[in-house]
Design a protein. Structure first.
Length: 532
């Protein structure tokens, strides 16, 4: 709890740097940029300047939300025909999976509108940490070891992320002077250093030198886009997400369907409760696979998808006693990922909900040795069917999983929140919100509560659904009666595979009557919330 500001991230040093930024008079956006830069150093297993960024900003003076889509586009020189000649799907790693990294441009867009302190001051703590080292924390250390086992032979990866030929151990110091150099260039020369200068040239060399297509012309053409958040209502709150090419509206679709059920009358964690979470997810994800894509390349029926009448029609398909074996998308006439989410808030009431990612762990594996960071593999999320809404095209933004969220209860409270973890993100956001709004849990408890994860839906890449309705993972904490009740309804239960499969949550809530901030950071991550 704090009165003057709050920061919640998935790594303690990043939270510390964000809070210090607020204490120096920085805005919520300044704190978010400073914390994100720190996470790019301390949690390269999830994020970095080789990835993309999305944000929702609450501007207190105007009582207005702003949305930023800072995701990058596919290479202009790479064609669908070439990719289709190589196979049915784009490789998940390697140079063909690389799209333009949008995070740095996102920093500059955010800073130009809402920043107070010089960017050099925001990057200085991370530059110092990169040169002098930080101690690797437990959750990140485990992900680092797993990533190194898989990507050790990727171009440049071991040179940057495996000093002495291995991943750094938990508690061991790690230095990255090459990333300090990149941050220093960005602080000195602005976005030009990344998109038109030496870093852009380094990206082209790393990608094209290993058989890829992304080049300096793609980077020079990149610009972020300010967008209007999309909203629905749920239990007296307005919940906001960003429009596609992301999956945020899946949250709104699920909430609209769940609104027709009295969840609060059910026992939390019961088979009845969990069944409804899963069945609404299945229906929303079929629409996600069919319709969500870059709206610049074809109309996405967002208004219809998030409408109450459409939700009523979809809700009617849910059998309360039986799992749907083969749900399909609506008639409109039209995997595990790693991410960091952070929330910040300042003394003036401004709040930021920001999410940033390489996509799958370290991303593509293609790493810029002179600059100490890897490139995302978000380009692997295109479909190769030319008729698909998310079909690959040059200069197109791929389907995106990372989604910041915001919620408002008029005159009462503001809530910036997010849940990391690819397809778990909409499921996790809905579970956190319903924990609070239907079951009365507090900000921290709502995130710490055990979660259910459904897998096996149709994918936006064109991958078909798993036969029989997919399967469920359940975290420890649900009683056996609930598990057996799900089995009786026809759900297939599989081992849960560790807490990393269930995402990671941070949130900041502001009580508008008292002005007090509450911060939360769940136990599945290394981070924490702190204020001043």
């Amino acid at each position: 709890m704090a009165r003057h500001g709050m920061v919640a991230t998935s790594q303690p040093l990043a939270t510390e740097i964000g809070v210090a930024t607020l204490r120096r008079g920085g805005s919520a956006v300044d704190a978010a940029i400073a914390a994100n830069a720190a996470l790019g150093l301390t949690e390269p297993t999830s994020c970095g300047i080789g990835g993309d960024l999305f944000a929702i900003i609450w501007e207190a003076a105007k009582e207005r939300l702003h949305g930023l889509n800072a995701s990058g586009r596919s290479p202009l020189s790479l064609t669908l025909a070439h990719l289709a000649s190589l196979g049915s799907f784009i490789p998940q790693h390697g140079p063909l999976s690389v799209s333009v990294p949008g995070a740095v441009d996102g920093w500059f867009e955010l800073h130009a509108r809402f920043g107070r302190l010089p960017l050099r001051e925001l990057l200085a703590p991370s530059i110092d940490l990169a040169r002098n080292g930080f101690l690797v924390t437990p959750v990140i250390g485990a992900a680092w070891a797993a990533g190194a086992d898989f990507l050790h032979a990727a171009p440049g990866f071991a040179d940057v992320f495996m000093p002495d030929g291995r991943a750094p151990a938990v508690g061991e110091p790690f230095v990255n002077p090459a990333l300090a150099r990149a941050y220093d260039l960005i602080a000195r020369d602005g976005r030009t250093a990344f998109y038109d200068g030496p870093i852009a040239s380094g990206i082209q060399e790393a990608v094209r030198g290993n058989g890829g297509f992304l080049g300096t012309e793609d980077l020079a053409a990149h610009r972020s886009e300010w967008v209007e958040p999309v909203a629905t209502t749920y239990r007296g709150w307005r919940v906001f997400e960003l429009p596609p090419n992301g999956q945020g509206i899946a949250v709104l679709q699920m909430l609209n369907m769940l609104e027709g059920f009295d969840l609060g009358s059910m026992a939390w964690g019961s088979a009845e409760h969990l069944h409804l979470l899963v069945e609404t997810k299945k229906l929303a994800f079929e629409d996600r696979a069919k319709f969500y894509a870059d709206p610049k390349f074809g109309a996405v029926p967002v208004e219809r998808l998030v409408s109450k009448d459409y939700a009523a029609a979809r809700r009617a398909l849910i059998d309360l006693k039986r799992a749907a074996p083969s749900p399909t998308h609506g008639d409109l006439g039209v995997g595990a990922g790693d991410t960091v989410y952070l929330a910040t808030a300042d003394a003036d009431g401004n709040m930021v909900s920001l999410i940033q990612s390489n996509y799958m762990g370290f991303g593509s594996g293609v790493t810029l040795v002179p600059f100490g960071f890897g490139l995302q593999n978000r380009g692997s999320q295109f479909a190769l069917d030319a008729k698909h809404a998310n079909a690959y095209a040059p200069g197109k933004r791929p389907f995106h999983t990372i989604i910041p969220a915001f919620a408002i209860r008029e005159g009462d409270a503001l809530l910036a929140f997010g849940v990391m973890g690819a397809a778990m993100q909409p499921q996790g956001q809905v579970q956190v919100l319903t924990n609070m709004l239907d079951f009365g849990m507090g900000l921290q408890a709502a995130g710490d509560a055990p979660r259910v994860r459904h897998e096996g839906s149709t994918e936006p890449t064109g991958e078909p659904p798993f036969p029989g309705g997919g399967w469920l993972h359940l975290e420890p904490g649900f009683d056996e009666a609930a598990v057996e009740g799900l089995r009786q309804r026809g759900h297939r239960i599989e081992p849960h595979g560790g807490s990393a499969a269930f995402g990671g949550y941070q949130a900041i809530k502001r009580d508008l009557r008292s002005g007090v901030y509450l911060g939360a950071s769940e136990s599945r991550k290394d981070g924490h919330a702190a204020g001043h």
